[in-house]
Design a protein. Structure first.
Length: 323
């Protein structure tokens, strides 16, 4: 029987990397899988991120909140990998409703349809931001959720709904909580591509507040390999943190980008800090490393160099997206 996988948000940054990797046969057990991408193609979704003429790929333009569409589409799919979301924290401060709609209602709509369709495995992609800010040490999966932005709160709500479908209905739901991703094809509203494309365009870079906010950075390819491991070998009802291990402040990242783009500190334009800006996220990902044998393969130095080189070589991809 044909093995079908539904990937939501597969035209976005991380989802499209996952789809391309699976179609390239890089994920054991999924070499012949047929993929349906369900994506609304919002400002963040780009069909050009996908190999649209690939014989094992179907792109369906549609909304994960559309009950009828989702209920009609899910039967026949063995697995669901759910990336679709409103993903930009700054936008969630200005227009939180879209975040609640897509991230909460959309996730519930998918869970319900997956249950009815007899989907075997549902991987819900979440974020380390659901834990809130931590001054020292790192969170493991048992840490209480204390999200601080409307984005993080909507993702935390979706996590709880996802878990409830496992607990109540026995749907095999697995949740990943990943740190900040970077890599090719990330929308230029996010820090690394924003600063890179600004510098490549001769513009200044707007650094929030003191620049002391600290994040763990993970290459998108490592994140997607972790998602595959959870899908293929994870356990039902479990949560897996996926950390990068490379912890840097925004100021440190800015310094690296300035040097990779041949610019100096005069290009930094300090701007008022984001409201409620979390100072630090750090995850303990011992569980996925010991249980599933995961480890990131791309060092931040090499990954950032390659990422900047990709943006330098692909201005046709990002120029139309810059406001
Ligand atoms: P993205 O914004 O690049 O892509 C989101 C995709 O979802 C887009 O293709 C968009 O068109 C689609 N989408 C949005 N609303 C939709 C709807 N109602 N119906 C169908 N499709 C819709 O996001 P990303 O950075 O690729 O993130 C993917 C997932 O990973 C998200 O769930 C995000 O919360 C999570 N995550 C991201 C990061 C990161 O650093 N980018 C870190 C941890 C977790």
């Amino acid at each position: 029987m044909t093995h079908r996988v539904l990937v939501t948000g597969g035209a976005g940054f991380i989802g499209s990397h996952f789809v391309r990797s699976m179609l390239d046969g890089r994920y054991a057990g999924f070499e012949d899988a047929e993929i349906t991408v369900l994506d609304l193609l919002t400002y963040a979704g780009n069909p050009a991120n996908l190999p649209l003429d690939h014989p094992r790929l179907t792109l369906v333009k549609g909304d994960i909140c559309d009950e009828e569409l989702v209920a009609g589409l899910l039967p026949g799919h063995r697995d669901v990998v759910h990336f679709a979301a409103e993903s930009h924290v700054d936008r969630s401060l200005l227009g939180p409703r879209a975040f609640v709609r897509t991230n909460v209602l959309g996730t519930q709509t998918l869970l319900d349809a997956a249950l009815r369709a007899g989907v075997e495995t549902f991987v819900h992609i979440s974020t380390d931001e659901v834990y809130g800010s931590i001054e020292t040490g790192s969170w493991d999966e048992a840490e209480p959720l204390l999200p601080n932005s409307p984005y993080a709160a909507s993702k935390a709500s979706a996590d709880l709904l996802a878990r409830s479908y496992w607990r109540t209905h026995g749907l095999d739901v697995r949740i990943t909580r990943c740190s900040n991703n970077y890599g090719p094809r990330q929308h230029p509203e996010k820090l690394i591509p924003l600063f890179t494309t600004n510098l490549l365009s001769g513009l200044d870079v707007p650094l929030y507040g003191t620049g002391r906010q600290s994040r763990e950075w993970l290459h998108v390819d490592d994140h997607c390999r972790a998602v595959h491991l959870v899908l293929a070998t994870g356990r039902a009802g479990e949560i897996y943190n996926v950390g990068g291990g490379d912890e840097l402040t925004n100021r440190e990242i800015t310094g690296l980008l300035l040097s990779l783009c041949g610019a100096d500190a005069s290009r930094i334009r300090p701007v008022a800090d984001r409201k409620g800006h979390d100072l630090r996220y750090a995850t303990d990902d011992t569980k996925i490393r010991t249980e599933l044998g995961y480890r990131p393969l791309t060092s931040f130095a090499a990954g950032l160099r390659e990422t900047v080189a990709w943006y330098r070589a692909h201005s046709e991809w990002w120029r139309p997206l810059k406001g």
